[in-house]
Design a protein around this ligand. Structure first.
Ligand code: SAM
Length: 223
């Protein structure tokens, strides 16, 4: 089974806004709070898609006097998309994101202002140096990565984190209601990352939580 890469960024973004019934910002801000992101941290978003989580985390890590304005709107297109082999900028970039879909990366670049660093790359092959980030986040992306490759993606997250750095994964959980289970089949049949996989990649679990609708949140620390 191979990765499920989404090519239709505009359509995805509209559908994502609709699926969350107007609660997208509140839910993603909850994920950011759960990640314990704080001003000054360097953060990487895996499977960033249209950069919505990256845009919310950018606010949380901005110095208190430089919080960017809310930016759900996407400004004019920019065709410059760095690839995985381009030179990696220094530690100045506070928010970075990867996605194998160039259209997603272009969209994310337009959404997140400032020095954010978005790249076309897979979570299994991160184009960043060791210990480049304090926090790695990801939302709804691990169930798109082929199951056989998820351990590799976790060990790449471990490699690019500083010792003691945090990994925050948000993904779909199995619904408890059997009717809901039957209606929403996509990705809901399994936990894309279990505690054993996280431990095997060199993380210790800090906390697990649930968030509406059907999201599970997992925060772990690199040991
Ligand atoms: C459901 S979208 C989630 C996007 C975004 N994180 C959000 O919360 O809106 C899943 C994303 O994972 C990306 N993806 C697929 N395979 C991937 C991989 N191997 N590594 C990183 N991202 C991947 C897809 O292209 C897609 O943009």
């Amino acid at each position: 089974m191979s990765d499920v890469v989404i090519r239709q960024a505009q359509l995805y973004d509209l559908s994502a806004a609709a699926v969350f019934l107007g609660q997208r910002r509140r839910i993603y801000d909850g994920i950011v709070r759960h990640s314990q992101a704080r001003p000054g941290e360097r953060v990487l978003d895996l499977g960033t898609g249209t950069g919505y989580l990256a845009s919310r985390v950018a606010r949380a890590i901005a110095p208190n006097d430089q919080v960017p304005a809310p930016n759900d709107e996407v400004p004019a297109p920019n065709d410059e998309v760095p690839g995985p082999n381009d030179e990696v900028p220094g530690a100045d970039s506070r928010v970075a994101g990867v996605d194998p879909s160039p259209t997603m990366v272009r969209f994310a670049q337009r959404r997140v202002p400032g020095d954010a660093d978005f790249r076309v790359a897979r979570a299994q092959e991160l184009p960043f140096n060791d210990a480049s980030f304090d926090l790695v986040v990801s939302c709804l992306a691990f169930h798109h990565i082929s199951p056989a490759d998820r351990p590799r993606a976790l060990s790449e997250a471990h490699r690019v984190l500083v010792p003691g750095g945090r990994l925050m994964l948000a993904d779909l959980r199995r619904p408890r209601n059997p009717v809901v289970r039957t209606v929403f089949r996509h990705g809901l049949h399994e936990n894309p990352v279990d505690d054993e996989q996280v431990a095997a990649a060199g993380f210790e679990l800090i906390t697990r939580a649930e968030s509406w609708p059907l999201l599970q949140l997992m925060l772990a620390r690199r040991v």
